[in-house]
Design a protein around this ligand. Structure first.
Ligand code: ZN
Length: 161
């Protein structure tokens, strides 16, 4: 039973500075700490610790806030520029890919005429036309799909200066 009183007193000592305790609890705690050396010592130590924590002060460099703000602004601008560049790059790759396909289709008849003139089998010239557009198709796909890897995340690697 005595242990429960000590436990109750220490809980109230802990709660008093943070959430507060009722006047009844406070008067019970005062009576208990007058009669109980252990809980009185606990209350004194707690009060000293809280007082010690309150005396900590941190000197903040006045320019630090400005430097952090500038670094955050630069980082946000880099992200925004990266998004704009990514969008331009993507649309450029899509346009290049479309032009490649349109050019291949447009040259299809001309290739057929030339192949007939120089007696090349149809599957050979058709394969040639398809293979001719394949490198540009691959480059466009790599640029479209691999852009985030090609661009890197350089803005994340910048140090805060
Ligand atoms: Zn006690």
């Amino acid at each position: 039973m005595q242990n429960d009183f000590h436990r109750r007193a220490r809980l109230q000592i802990d709660h008093a500075p943070v959430v507060g305790i009722s006047p009844e609890e406070e008067s019970w705690l005062n009576i208990h700490t007058i009669n109980c050396t252990e809980c009185r010592d606990y209350a004194e130590i707690t009060a000293r610790v809280i007082q010690g924590l309150g005396s900590f002060s941190f000197h903040v460099d006045p320019g630090l806030t400005e430097r952090v703000q500038k670094a955050l602004t630069r980082s946000a601008e880099a992200v925004a520029a990266s998004h704009v560049l990514r969008r331009k790059f993507f649309s450029g790759a899509v346009i290049a890919l479309l032009l490649t396909w349109v050019g291949s289709l447009a040259s299809w008849k001309a290739a057929a005429l030339v192949a007939a003139q120089i007696h090349i089998s149809p599957w050979t010239w058709k394969t040639g036309v398809v293979l001719w557009s394949l490198p540009s198709l691959c480059v466009a796909l790599v640029l479209i799909c691999g852009w985030p890897y090609l661009a890197g995340n350089s803005y994340e690697e910048r140090e805060v200066a």
